[in-house]
Every structure is written in structure tokens, then in C-alpha cells.
Design a protein around this ligand. Sequence first.
Ligand SMILES: [Zn+2]
Length: 165
Amino acid sequence: MRAVTEDMIRASMINMSADELEVMTVPGLHETVWDEREFLGWRDAHHKTRGYLVFWAGEELWGLMVRAAASPMPGGRSAMCVLCHTHQPAPQVSLFTAPKTGEAGARGASVGTYLCADLACSLLIRVLPVASAEIPEPEAIVTHKTRGMKDRLWNFSKSVRSDAA
Ligand SMILES: [Zn+2]
């Protein structure tokens, strides 16, 4: 993704109240390898249940807040992250809800989804499988995953953005 600054991130959040924005913690960005990520995802260092996803929707930067479910998934279960499609055991995958934008959000509507708990899907999909007879080109797999993840992120953000309850 193209590089972004903290100011850009703060201006991009589409489903947060002014109070929530006020206390949002943005991580240091100086070591971020922008070329190797489809979105910037992080958990709030001070408000542990909150996480954020920031990405480019064409020329517009969109940021979404998601809230981790208060109780972890039932013991030992595994689940698949909706964005990167990685199967992981709980608690590496969490149920999150994203408040909707606009009037629907004001009425409390939200969209629930399973995501990698650390929201670091871009790192995860770049872990190359070992080349083998079945996997002659590991890089092609990453390219394929990248494309799929961008599509799914787009679809997810549209469902958050939709004002329909
Ligand atoms: Zn993921």
C-alpha cells in the first residue's frame, strides 16, 4: 500500500466517534514496510479490545475500527480469518465487530467477523510455503492470496459502510 502518516490515519477513520478518535493509539510507522502490506492493521496499545484496519480504497484512505469480543472463543477451537483465510487456533483468531457508519451505526448496528487477533494478515500471507512438487512457485501463492485478501477487505468495508441496518 502507499505510505500513510498518523494524521492521514486519524482523518481516515469512518466508524469512530470523536471521543474514540481522541484516545486512539497509532503505532510508530517509521519501520513499516509499505510495499509488503495490503492494509495497516493494529490493536490499540491502551484500549486492548480495539483494533484498526487502514487501507486505500482507490484514491481514498479508509480506516475502520473493530472491537474484539469480550469473551474469547470456546476453548481450543480454531477458526479462519475472513481476510487472509488463514486457519488458526483460538486465541490467534478473534471475533470482532465493526460498528457501522452513519445512522445504522448510531442505532448500534455492527458487522461481526473473524479476524487474525493481531490484525497482521499481510505478514502472515507472506510466509512462503516450502517449494515442493505440489508447490513449484511459492511466490505465486502469495500473489494469489494478496489479490483475494484485497477483495475481501473491500467487501467487508462496504458492509460496514452501508447505512442499511
Ligand atoms: Zn488474517
